[in-house]
Design a protein around this ligand. Structure first.
Ligand code: FMN
Length: 450
């Protein structure tokens, strides 16, 4: 079983940060993230995972916020800090293909991979929020299909750039005065719809070849992109059935891209709420849910539904029909909320509490045995290759998992007792991608500029 620790700013439960075992105001504190890294490595996690957004969900108009605007430091800076504190732990950071340039991101992830000796991963997202568009000088977010078209080209350019230094490119020969072998470095000469990039990168090929490519979009287009590109899918499923269906659907799509299931790890997010007894775990869940202020839950729901206004809706009545603007464009998170409302006939207040409480798909409330048992069951039934553990509060919830759940997974033969390899790829069981320029020397262009 593969495990990633989701270091959601304030924990996997929206009010987790208010819990007595959550750190106080630590989101800009390097010691906090270093300690989380040490805990995850003590638990032999494959890696840590940092989400990221380039703005905030404004509530009912750009100037009103919900009081949920937690600090979000640049994930690569935080990961570099954790890298220095750990030796084996993978370091996966989210970065948007809509609001970055491929040269810049390729360089930053290659740098993190070098500095961590092969432990970097990139969670590729296309971004979801209007506010992110406004922060980058656009009136609105790109259309869904255009975002994914840009993402595809973005990743293709990044791959070429990582491959632009071939094996043996660095000679660092003091005697001859040559740092590089120019015949082993290539321009990339990319001319596409969205990007023109000459190359080469200013960073030698990363130790892992490419950082591990992670993806988290869930729409049909997102799934196609994942089938073509992703080595890890971070996904979110309310039930084992939906997770199984998703995993088989993804596996079925791989062949179309000449890929096989062993090159893709599908990892649903899970929030474990752990107690010494089931009753204690249930009490903890209630304690956490009681910490969610009602208006914050509703504003969260408003954001998830496409930034709509629910101020006139009866909190005890059903969800009113959504305005056209909220329904424009595809959005798998919104669709999932609507499905939940309909499936369980939830009134607005309860729907808000439910979606606000668990940011991730599946919450397991129980003892460490219950949590381990559920994870093993999901894995056995083919619903997952591993899990993104989104502890309800940090650091306490992650410590509980490492101290109590990991030993059970190990005793039952489902989790490592030591790291298998030195890189994130090795630990995840993923191969190093072949360098496209080695594969096809004809790709090597313009060597004369060297
Ligand atoms: C489990 C999960 C985690 C995600 N994490 C992020 C994130 O950290 N930052 C972000 O901008 N988008 C995040 N997304 C959004 C997606 O990456 C994607 O850009 C968005 O969902 C739109 O694509 P889709 O309609 O294919 O889902 C996440 C989506 C899922 C399902």
């Amino acid at each position: 079983m593969k495990l990633l620790a989701f270091l959601m700013q304030t924990g996997g439960h929206i009010a987790g940060w208010r819990h007595s075992r959550a750190a106080d105001n630590a989101l800009c504190d390097a010691d906090y993230f270093r300690a989380l890294g040490r805990t995850a490595e003590k638990g032999l996690f494959d890696g840590v995972f940092l989400a990221d957004y380039l703005g905030y969900h404004p509530v009912r108009g750009a100037s009103v916020f919900a009081g949920l605007e937690t600090p979000k430091l640049d994930p690569l800076v935080v990961l570099a800090t954790i890298a220095a504190e750990t030796r084996h732990l993978g370091l996966i950071g989210t970065a948007s293909t809509t609001y970055n340039h491929p040269y810049d991101l390729a360089r930053r992830f290659a740098s993190l991979d070098h500095m961590s000796r092969g432990r970097a991963g990139w969670n590729i997202v296309t971004s979801t929020m209007e506010n992110e568009a406004h922060n980058y000088g656009f009136d609105s977010h790109l259309a869904h299909g255009d975002r994914y078209a840009r993402a595809e080209e973005f990743v293709a350019v990044a791959r070429k750039l990582w491959d632009s230094w071939q094996e043996g490119a660095v000679v660092a020969d003091k005697a001859s005065g040559r740092y590089t072998d120019p015949s082993r470095i290539s321009a990339v000469d990319h001319e596409g719809t969205n990007f023109r990039v000459a190359g080469p990168l200013t960073v030698p090929r990363p130790p892992q070849g490419h950082p591990v490519l992670v993806q988290a979009g869930a729409s049909a287009t997102g799934q196609r992109f994942a089938a073509a590109t992703a080595e890890v899918i971070f996904t979110s499923h309310p039930t084992i059935e939906t997770a199984k269906a998703f995993r088989s659907a993804m596996h079925a799509q791989l062949a179309g891209f000449g890929r096989t299931p062993d090159g893709l790890k599908i990892m649903p997010a899970v929030t474990p709420v752990i107690g010494r007894t089931l009753a204690e775990a249930e009490d903890l869940k209630h304690e956490l849910d009681d910490l969610i202020p009602a208006e914050i839950a509703i504003s969260k729901l408003e954001g998830l539904l496409g930034n709509i206004d629910l101020s006139q809706a009866d909190p005890d009545g059903p969800l009113p029909p959504l305005p056209e603007t909220a329904l424009a464009g595809q959005n798998s998170t919104r669709d999932r909320v609507l499905e939940l409302a309909e499936r369980e006939g939830l009134p607005v207040r309860e729907l808000a509490r439910r979606v606000a409480a668990g940011r991730t798909g599946h919450t397991i409330v129980g003892t460490a045995e219950d949590v381990a048992g559920t994870l093993i069951e999901w894995e056995k039934q083919g619903a997952a290759d591993g899990f993104v553990i989104s502890a309800p509060f940090l650091p306490g919830g992650l410590e509980d998992f490492v101290d109590h759940v990991v030993p059970i997974l190990q005793d039952r033969g489902h989790f490592r007792r030591e790291y298998e390899g030195a890189t994130l790829r090795e630990n995840l069981g993923l191969t190093v991608p072949v360098n496209a320029f080695d594969l096809d020397p004809g790709l090597r262009s313009r060597p004369e500029i060297w």
